[in-house]
Each structure stands twice: as C-alpha cells, then as structure tokens.
Design a protein around this ligand. Structure first.
Ligand SMILES: C[C@H](O)CC(=O)SCCNC(=O)CCNC(=O)[C@H](O)C(C)(C)COP(=O)(O)OP(=O)(O)OC[C@H]1O[C@@H](n2cnc3c(N)ncnc32)[C@H](O)[C@@H]1OP(=O)(O)O
Length: 691
C-alpha cells in the first residue's frame, strides 16, 4: 500500500504536469493519492501555474485504485480520515479554480478513469483502453464514476460499461464523448497542455461532468433503461446484490441530483452490504419522544411494541400516540377507519416478554446514564442476538450507555427530534464499535419512515445539538447584558428560523436544557456561557412549555405570549451577577443580533467538521434545515456561512472575543480557512484538517 508517488513539473507555458509514478500499472496507492493531493494544492496555490495536466508515467495512465487499498477499506483497517480524504479528491479536481486535463495513454481503469472524468477534458492515444471494472471486484465505482459517466456518455452506454465492466477503446470513447480528442503518443502531452491553456483562455469549454445533463435520457426513458438494467443484472447473477446497489446509486443521482447519488458513507454504505428486513420494532419509554417515534413507525406500517414502567405511564404514552393519529384524522390526512387499523399495530407492554423476537429496539427514556445502562443490560438479556439496540439520547456518549453489555457492536444512536413524528431529520450515531450493518439497517428504517438520515460520529451532543448549542447560549449572554429577550427571538424569526432561542428553550424544556448544559460544561468548559437564569426559573417549577410557564406563557397547544413575570427572574439574575446594560449592544439591529447568535453556531459547526463528527458540510446544511428549521432558502448553515464569507464570520467573532471573552473565540478550522480564503464547505482542506 505504501508505494508510488506523483511528480510535478511546471513548464514555462504555465502548465503543471502531474505524473503518476507507480509501476507497473500506476495504481492509486495511498502514497500516490496523498502525493497527488500535495501536488494539486501546490499547483492551485502557485501563481506561475495556470492549468494542470494529469498523466501516467511509462505509457500507462492508471490501473485504478490499488487493490490493497480497496481491501483495506473493505476490511475497515484503513483509517477513516484517509478514506474520507481519498473520497473528497475527485470533487476537489472537478471544482478546482484551474482547469485539469487528463492525458491518457495505455489504461484508464477504475479509479484512474474516474479521476480523468473529474478533469475538465480527456485527451487520449488511439490504443488507450477505458474501463470501470469495479463490479467484477464486488464493489461499485467509488470515485464518482456512477454519476460522472452517465453525465458524459448517457445512461444506456454508461450502464453497459459499468454493469458489464466493459473495456472500450479510444475511438469508441471519442464517439461517445468520453474522450475529447485522440492524438498519437508523441503528441499526447503537448496536445493536453494546449487543451488546458485553451480552457483557461475560454477557447474551449470548461466542462464539469457533474453539472452536465444534456446526455442523460429524459425521465421516462431513463426509468425504462434502469428497469431493463435491473432485470438483466438479476438474470445474470440472481444472488449478487452489489450490481443492484450500483443501479440504485445511479438512479438516485438521476432522480435527486449527482450529489445525492454520491452520498455514500465511507466504510458503511460502500461495503456492498444490504439492509436486512427489520419487521418488528420495540420501544422502551412512551414519553414525548417514544410516543412520537412509535407514531412514525406505525404510520409507516411497522408493528411496534411499546414498553413502559407501569400502567399509568403506558396509558399516557398510548394516549399520546392516539392523539397524534387523531390529529391526522382531524386534518383529513387519514380516515377514522385507517386510524384504528394503524393503531392496531401498536402493543403496549410492561415487561420484556415481547422483546424476544424484536429486530430493532429503540430506547427512549430520559437522559440518565445509570438508567440507560441498566436498560441496555436488560435488553441484551431479552432481545435476540441479531437485534439492533438503538438509543435516542441526544447527548450521552454511546460507549457509556453500553458499558454494562457485551454487545457494543449492535449499539447505535437514533437521535430523533421532537416532535419525532413530524421533524424529518434522523441523526444516526455510530461509535468505533458499531457494525456497518447496524447503520445500514437503521438507514433503511429511516428511509421507510420518511426521515432524512445523516450519519455522524459519537461525541457530546453529536452533530446537530452540538452545533446549535451556542444558539441559546449567545441569546442568554445578550439577555444578561440588557437586551430584551423577545427582541432576540423576533430577530431570529425575522431571519427565517421557526422559533427564536428562548421559545426553543421553552419547547425543549428547562430540565433537558439544564442537563445538556451541564454535560457541555463538563466537556467544553471554554465555550459554555454560564447563566443562572434557567436554574432560577426551575427552582420555581417553571420548566418551559410543558409547565405552561417559561420565557413565554402558553395558552392552548400553540399560543405563546410574552410573559412579563419572566423579567422578575432576569432582574434578579442581573442584580446577582452585577451585570449592567451594555449600551453598545443595545444599539444592535435585528441583522446584527442574528449574526451574533448564529456566528457561534457556524463556529461550532466548523469544529464538528474538523473533528470528523460530520463528514460533509452538506450534512450540516441538511441537519440545520431538517432538524432546526434553518430557513431552507438560505441553503443551510454552512452554505449561508459561505455566502457571507469565512473572513467576515472570523473577523466578527474575533472582535467579540476581544470585547466579551473566549466564548466567541473562532476555532482553528475557521481561522485557517478565513486566512486562506477557502470556503468553509470546500472538501479539500476539510480533509486536510483531519489528516
Ligand atoms: C474507487 C475505485 O472505483 C475502485 C477501483 O479503482 S478498483 C480497481 C480497478 N482496477 C482494476 O481492477 C485493474 C485490475 N488489473 C487488471 O485488470 C490488469 O492487471 C491490468 C489490465 C491493469 C494490466 O494487465 P496486464 O498488463 O496483463 O498485467 P498484470 O500481470 O495483470 O498486472 C501487472 C502487475 O500490476 C498489478 N496490478 C494491476 N492492477 C493493479 C491494481 N489496481 N492495484 C494494484 N496492483 C495492480 C498486478 O498485480 C501485477 O503485479 P505483479 O507483476 O506483481 O504480479
């Protein structure tokens, strides 16, 4: 695995030639890939480089990913950071600010051909052979070939090449549009240099394969072609799953766009695993979360066993589910008959007897480590060995929850968002022990209950709550310094958030807010703003919406009215802390308040990416929109951050850090990108930061 390199030479014409040197077939080893990215970054940075040509040394372009690397990825022994890094590379080539042209002699196989497709053009010699042989190896093309090939040559031909691992010669590739020009081996490098410079000077088009749509057949025809390909694949090899997965991925790209098609999770969805058919789900805990999840499941035809501690809690849980369904009936989304039929899928129990044939258990009790540990030990005893044990915790380390079990590999986080039957996000959390199969299965259940799942790594608060934790924190800071709390909420809703930070705290409940606050204080003491306001209110049994008293008074199910009595607590707190009104902050306009509340969220989102808790910035965009109601038209938190620019976000946070302390300190990821002028969501440096 540790061999090979790339060499770079910059010519007087401003073209950098990057050559893969890894005889005999110039396979992409980890060393080659890292060396390539090193050269890439240098070429992008250097002012004397205008364009780049990618070539293979010794008359062979590239024989694909080194088979040993592929094996290491499949066995899960290649470090995740490396897998993510490799994963981001073809994207980096395609979106680069300088054009890349591939000069293909000999072979362009597998990952080699995929790298060339991420270039803006491909020039080849007559004898060149191009092929995506991955299916023969039991995997699917992993560097974007499933998306770029159909966009370059159309679905019919792409499926033929991919499904049959068909080699094509330069001439056919040229006719199809996969190769832009054919020249003799002697002319190859010169022609590729010219082509690259022509792109720079707009004499030739700057083609980004992922943005092309002209070659893809119209939807009806595409559907037929995909159906035919599926039938053929099943006829050819009825027991092979990965060709069908490959067609699914191609289809997803056609239906939902290439990015969706590429949304695979390294080490999880790229292993050729198929979801098992989980048919019976059991839930422990029928509180708000448990009953919401149960509602979602039965609405999507899953039989559910709901366990509670005693009759009273069980009845309350079942009543909540009934009320959720009744609201569907009231809104005309469901008939009474259908409602009763749906409800018949639910069985309430008080012991674990019915858990003995469960395929998936979702624990949804309050966030108490000891309680959860005890429940998981009981689950291990009562559930079958294949059963996935999921927890809905929003903060606790999963390894701690499974500490008293011998089945950490089956334990996974299924973080739903309240109300679980309506919020579309599902955050799936895995530890280093969690088996990819458990994640695949949960992804499948998530899809079937119409959630949008993101897969993240285990840490306090995971990705979503952790990135949004500063939202309320900054609001409390502003409140302490004299700002009107309703003004803060109003500014945020004016920006497009469904609720402001104080209304959100009421909704979440002060008990939960305090519990998570303590956890954050323990794990991230440098950036928790310590406010005593919520503890003071809890002392008087004000716990937010559930108690009808919080930052707002509540009338009926929805109506929230500003509560003048809240100011008693605010005044008490201000006098206790000796804080006084800050005249400068009082002058802030709504847009300034929004920045002050949301820039720390961006800062934390950057940390989440930097630590590899979330793999892609786009996952955080999805999470912010679907989980927190971030205004979709602004594109999600990271997209919005980039539209403002890392420089400005950084400058503001630095200014506030100087004035108000380390709570606002910009993290290194943000600082580095602001200094380098790199977008926060760009994948290359993100991967670099995690090397
Ligand atoms: C992310 C991506 O989507 C995933 C991928 O890219 S998967 C990899 C796709 N690539 C392949 O499957 C190519 C496999 N290789 C071949 O088909 C053929 O070797 C070839 C057509 C490239 C060359 O064939 P040929 O000239 O007959 O030489 P051949 O004897 O097979 O190979 C020469 C040497 O290169 C090695 N080699 C070939 N391809 C390799 C690869 N991808 N990785 C590592 N080593 C490779 C062979 O093991 C052999 O080594 P040896 O001399 O020590 O025995």
């Amino acid at each position: 695995m540790s061999k090979g390199r790339t060499d770079m030479e910059v010519g007087a014409d401003g073209v950098a030639v990057i050559a893969v040197v890894n005889p005999p077939v110039n396979a992409l080893s980890v060393d080659v890939l890292y060396s390539l990215m090193g050269n890439y970054e240098e070429a992008i940075r250097r002012n004397d480089v205008r364009a780049i040509v990618l070539i293979g040394k010794g008359g062979i372009f590239c024989g694909g990913l080194d088979i040993n690397v592929l094996g290491a990825i499949q066995k899960n022994i290649l470090e995740k950071v490396k897998v993510d890094y490799i994963d981001a590379m073809t994207d980096a080539l395609e979106v680069a600010v300088k054009p890349f042209v591939a000069a293909i002699d000999g072979l362009a196989f597998g990952g080699g051909l995929e790298f060339s497709m991420a270039c803006q053009a491909r020039i080849s010699t007559p004898m060149a052979q191009l092929c995506l042989p991955e299916l023969q190896l039991g995997v699917i093309p992993g560097f974007g070939g499933t998306q770029r090939l159909p966009r370059l040559i159309g679905l019919t031909k792409a499926l033929e090449m991919i499904m049959l691992s068909k080699h094509i010669r330069a001439e056919e590739a040229h006719q199809l549009g996969l190769v832009d020009a054919i020249v003799s081996p002697e002319e190859l490098l010169g022609a590729a240099r010219h082509w690259a410079l022509d792109i720079c000077e707009s004499r030739r088009p700057w083609v980004r394969a992922l943005s092309k749509t002209d070659k893809i057949e119209p939807p009806e025809q595409a559907r037929e072609i995909l159906k035919f390909a599926r039938d053929q694949a099943q006829k050819r090899a009825p027991n092979l799953k990965h060709p069908l997965i490959c067609i699914d991925v191609i289809e997803e790209g056609i239906v939902s766009g290439p990015r969706a098609g590429l949304r695979k999770i390294a080490g999880v969805t790229d292993l050729g695993l198929m979801p098992r058919n989980l048919t019976k789900v059991a839930i422990v805990g029928g509180g708000l979360m448990g009953s919401g999840i149960a509602t979602s499941l039965i609405l999507n035809h899953y039989p559910v066993v709901l366990k509670e501690e005693n009759e009273k809690f069980l009845n309350a849980g079942v009543d909540r589910i009934k009320a959720n369904l009744q609201s569907h009936v009231r809104k005309g989304k469901m008939t009474q008959e259908k409602c009763e039929k749906t409800l018949s899928l639910l069985t309430g129990v008080l012991d674990y007897e019915r858990f003995k044939d469960a395929d998936l258990v979702i624990e949804a009790v309050t966030d108490n480590v000891k309680l959860k540990q005890q429940i998981f030990a009981e689950l291990e005893r009562h559930c079958p060995p294949h059963c996935i044990l999921a927890t809905t915790t929003s903060t606790i380390d999963l390894r701690l929850i499974g500490q008293n079990t011998n089945c950490q590999e089956r334990i996974v986080g299924a973080h739903f968002f309240n109300p679980a039957h309506t919020v579309p996000l599902l955050e799936i959390v895995c530890t280093q022990h969690t088996l990819p199969q458990a994640v695949i299965d949960l992804l499948d259940v998530g899809k079937k209950i119409k959630k949008t799942p993101i897969v993240v790594r285990n840490c306090t608060g995971f990705a979503v709550n952790r990135m949004f934790f500063p939202y309320t924190q900054t609001a409390l800071f502003l409140l302490d310094r004299g700002m009107d709390l309703y003004k803060i909420d109003h500014a945020c809703t004016g920006f497009g958030m469904p609720v402001g930070p104080f209304r959100l705290a009421d909704h979440v409940g002060f008990g939960v807010a305090l519990g998570t606050g303590m956890q954050y204080l323990e794990d991230f003491p440098d950036r928790v703003y310590k406010s005593m306001l919520v503890p003071l209110m809890i002392e008087d049994k004000w716990t937010g919406k559930a108690s009808k008293r919080g930052f707002y008074m509540y009338e009926g199910r929805r109506k929230a009215i500003p509560d003048p009595d809240t100011m008693t607590y605010v005044d008490k707190l201000r006098s206790m802390a000796g804080s006084s009104t800050d005249p400068e902050l009082m002058k802030l306009e709504d847009k300034d308040i929004v920045e002050m509340v949301l820039f720390p969220v961006i800062n934390e989102a950057c940390r989440v990416l930097d630590e590899g808790v979330a793999v892609k910035a786009s996952d955080l965009d999805i999470a912010s929109i679907f989980g927190m109601g971030f205004p979709p038209y602004r594109g999600g938190i990271m997209y919005w951050a980039d539209s403002i620019g890392a420089k400005r976000v950084h400058a503001k946070l630095s200014e506030w850090e100087k004035k108000y302390g380390q709570f606002f300190r910009p993290c290194s990821y943000l600082s580095e990108r602001a200094a380098a002028g790199v977008p926060l969501s760009a994948p290359t440096n993100q991967a670099k930061a995690r090397l």
